[in-house]
Design a protein around this ligand. Structure first.
Ligand code: PEP
Length: 263
């Protein structure tokens, strides 16, 4: 037991997967797992971030789950409101469809889609203005870690958004620490290394906001049923952002179960 009072979060990031039929089956299987062995919302909050065109059908399919499972957007536009912006989905449009949570700053967006600090700041501003809750992803590359810069990089990423978040809005922020070298590689940070970084993030957040001790800090990077319990036992690891393993209902359920049991 970690002794933390923060309710853990386990969020599945489906990325650009799967096809419709598999998505429906995956949700069915997850609901079945939860029906057989329930996890209460006090034990662990569960979210799923499907592809954008599936957000509403997944949300619909989750309505009769035995516990609330939130539909999370993987991204949002850096433009607010509505208008002539082909291909974009704004925070307001997400909110209008009752999507309350969004990932911002995922390393794949930063690295592949050019989400630089300015873009990320615009997205954070828009999400907060629309009263969305943000899962804000931070993490260092392998080169940065090997150069001893991991902590500095991650804390800078927190600082990048600090001035945009009003005092009470820290309630709407969840941080996900995802070392880039661990994402989709099968390599997980050791629980000790992850805890060390999470403690630094907690310290950084606490210098910025009195709510620092209450902000959930999730770990992401090849979380699997085999390593979830060890990670969940760490004091400042308040959940997981799960990529690959979230595409298997049983694995995802087992990770949620590990966090639900540990706190
Ligand atoms: C992610 O993309 O957020 C992630 C953590 O992926 P994986 O679990 O596959 O490493």
């Amino acid at each position: 037991m970690s002794g933390s009072t923060i309710i853990p979060w386990v969020v599945g990031n489906w990325k650009m997967n799967p096809m419709q039929a598999n998505s429906q089956q995956l949700i069915q299987d997850l609901k079945q797992q939860l029906k057989q062995n329930p996890i209460s919302e006090q034990q662990c909050r569960i979210g799923i971030a499907p592809i954008s065109i599936a957000l509403l059908s997944v949300q619909q399919q989750l309505l009769d789950a035995s516990c609330e499972i939130l539909s999370v957007a993987q991204d949002l536009s850096r433009i607010a409101g509505t208008g002539a912006y082909t291909g974009e989905v704004s925070a307001e449009l997400l909110k209008d469809s009752h999507i309350d949570y969004v990932l911002i700053g995922h390393s794949e967006r930063r690295e592949i889609f050019g989400d630089n600090v300015n873009v990320i700041q615009e997205k954070v501003k828009n999400a907060l203005n629309a009263e969305m809750k943000i899962i804000y992803c931070v993490g260092e590359s392998l080169e940065q870690r090997e150069a001893g810069q991991a902590e500095q990089v991650v804390l800078q990423q927190i600082c990048d958004i600090a001035a945009l978040v009003k005092a009470e809005q820290w309630n709407n922020i969840i941080v996900a620490y995802e070392p880039i070298w661990a994402i989709g590689t099968g390599k997980t940070a050791s629980p000790e290394d992850a805890q060390t970084m999470h403690a630094k993030i907690r310290e950084g957040l606490s210098q910025i906001t009195p709510l620092g001790a209450e902000i959930a800090i999730l770990y992401g990077g090849s979380v699997k049923p085999e390593n979830a319990a060890e990670l969940a036992a760490c004091a400042d690891i308040n959940g997981a952002l799960v990529g690959g393993a979230s595409l298997n209902a049983e694995s995802f359920y087992q990770i949620a179960q590990a966090f639900a049991k540990s706190k």
